[in-house]
Write a protein that binds this ligand. Structure first.
Ligand SMILES: Nc1nc2c(ncn2[C@@H]2O[C@H](COP(=O)(O)OP(=O)(O)OP(=O)(O)O)[C@@H](O)[C@H]2O)c(=O)[nH]1
Length: 538
């Protein structure tokens, strides 16, 4: 055969083979796969929370609502869609100068505190609780006084500082669970501060750090090996019923004590006095006690009870009435106007703010919400560590600052970050403060004002320790003056016979008790429901 013909045949065969291969490749590319091999695209620190809830929704137990204050301000930034959270590490939040509150012509946070921030550290945690004396003279200057000038000076001094922008980015962004982040964040963040930031005067004013454990992990495999295991969260519905036994001490006082007397038949004056004493001892407060006794006397005069059951039903009705079941006890923790809800948690030290913040975050996560925690308790490094652990257990991101950093700056950055990442709610844990330290209270007021430059604060939860009784009320009054409290959380009800404080607190403050802490366990938080609560007491 002619060589030319052979070459022609070979070329033709090669062309045919090439065409077949090309056809196969093209047909593969066009094929639509029905299996999603890219699940990790929606897995990050925040979407994990959604996955985690797995359709598990809170029942009627906890009630969440939208804050209406938000309607006033339009959204400043369009939040990102929920699922696509950043895959790449977002090591530190660095705000452009224009974003900082301190260049808004407003006073610098902490500038009017009685004790300057850059002086010796305030020993908040060392002061015993509670301190009933509220008469400490206020030597603090008004908010709007000096701060501006002082700020300008500190800004200048900061501007003079060398801006050695450094290897910060190379530092692993994810703090290990038990590592104190303040230490890792400490030295180099100062160099990242812009010249107009609030408290550049001191070395302690570092930029808040975002800790988002899960978002650092690129894919499922790595996540499985590095992310801490997430907690199982106890069902949120019907908790107060399940935790009923935790109220046993109060139960003995109010329930058994008063019921025993009521069921004893005709009551003489001595018996009524005993009932009154029992209620006062249980911390119902003089006014509520008087009303309860008066109502019981009237009701019993008209319709004497014949059985223990009737006595119980009467006492329950009278007590529930005192708790005003019509009050709105929903937690304003739902996003609105394209922004996350902002919940501020305040109270003196040791009442259980951090614990409550963590517990509530769990409930929200269980409800399928995306939560960001702001550790604005910068007075106590352990508080931020504690909160971080809570966050890691449920997969919530946390923004924290170095110890002694500006709490308002941390709170501001937490809200900013929450808006940026499109979470549902930002919960800010503040430092424990004593109402007798007026400067500290000023600072708390500022935290709220500064946050409100970014987004309205929807809920201010005052955490009160039920075991301190009446002193808690004094604290509450001072807090109510500084920040507009919208709800009370009564903690440690499991450790006291004075469950009656619930009545007193609500009547005194005119603010509903919304949540109760019934133990140190992660899920020992229950919504306050007057009917179920009184039921548990009796
Ligand atoms: N028994 C009981 N203990 C609680 C409850 N809530 C909180 N605690 C405990 O109270 C202690 C103080 O709680 P924290 O959350 O650290 O209090 P805090 O208000 O954040 O304290 P500071 O950070 O110092 O301001 C911890 O040991 C908690 O476990 C509760 O409902 N019942």
């Amino acid at each position: 055969m002619n060589t030319g013909i052979i070459i022609g045949i070979v070329v033709a065969v090669l062309v045919v083979i090439a065409l077949i291969v090309l056809g196969l490749v093209l047909s593969r590319r066009r094929r639509i796969s029905l299996t999603d091999e890219r699940q990790p695209e929606v897995v990050d620190g925040t979407t994990r929370q959604v996955d985690r809830s797995g359709g598990y929704q809170a029942g009627s137990g906890f009630s969440f609502s939208r804050g209406d204050a938000a309607l006033a301000e339009p959204p400043q930034r369009t939040p990102e869609p929920r699922t696509p959270a950043p895959q790449t590490p977002a090591p530190e939040v660095v705000r452009p100068p224009g974003d900082r509150t301190e260049v808004d012509g407003q006073p610098g946070v902490g500038d009017d505190a009685a004790v300057p921030r850059d002086s010796i550290r305030r020993g908040v945690t060392d002061v015993s609780l509670p301190e009933p004396d509220t008469a400490e003279p206020d030597t603090t200057e008004p908010d709007t006084a000096e701060p501006d000038t002082a700020e300008t000076e500190t800004s200048k001094s900061a501007a003079a500082e060398p801006e050695t922008v450094e290897p910060e980015a190379a530092r692993p962004a994810t703090a290990p669970p038990d590592t104190a982040v303040p230490d890792t964040a400490a030295p180099d963040t100062t160099t990242e501060r812009t010249t107009t930031e609030p408290d550049t005067a001191g070395p302690d004013t570092d930029e808040p750090v975002v800790v988002e454990p899960e978002t650092r992990v690129p894919d499922d495999v790595a996540e499985a090996t590095t992310a801490p295991p997430l907690d199982d969260i106890a069902p949120t519905a019907g908790r107060i019923g399940r935790l009923r036994g935790r109220l046993s001490r109060s139960q003995g006082a109010i329930g058994k004590g008063v019921l025993g007397l009521l069921g004893a038949g005709d009551l003489d004056e001595e018996s009524w006095e005993e009932i009154e004493d029992t209620l006062v001892m249980a911390d119902l407060g003089a006014s509520t006690t008087a009303t309860v006794v008066e109502t019981l006397r009237t009701e019993l005069a008209a319709n004497p009870v014949r059985t223990a059951g009737e006595a119980r039903a009467l006492l329950k009705r009278v007590l529930v009435e005192q708790l005003d079941p019509t009050l709105d006890r929903s937690i304003r923790a739902l996003p609105h106007a394209g922004r996350p809800a902002v919940v501020l948690v305040v109270g003196v030290n040791g009442t259980g703010k951090t614990t409550t913040t963590g517990k509530l975050a769990r409930v929200l996560v269980a409800d399928g919400r995306r939560v960001l925690l702001g550790a604005a308790d910068t007075f106590r490094a352990a508080a931020a560590d504690q909160l971080q652990t809570w966050g890691e257990r449920v997969g919530a991101e946390i923004v924290r600052g170095k110890e002694q950093a500006d709490p308002a700056a941390v709170a501001f950055d937490a809200v900013d970050r929450g808006i940026e990442t499109g979470v549902d709610v930002v919960m800010i844990d503040t430092a424990g403060r004593l109402h007798t330290k007026t400067g500290l209270m000023d600072e708390l007021g500022k935290v709220k004002r500064v946050v409100e430059k970014k987004a309205p604060v929807d809920e201010v939860l005052l955490v009160l320790d039920a075991t301190v009784g009446q002193n808690g009320l004094m604290q509450a009054r001072v807090f109510a003056e500084v920040v507009n409290i919208t709800g009370v959380v009564l903690t440690k009800l499991d450790g006291t016979a004075k469950g009656g404080i619930v009545f007193h607190v609500q009547k005194e403050l005119g603010v509903p008790v919304k949540l109760v802490g019934l133990g140190e366990g992660a899920d020992d938080l229950a919504p306050f429901e007057p009917d179920a609560f009184v039921d548990a007491l009796l």
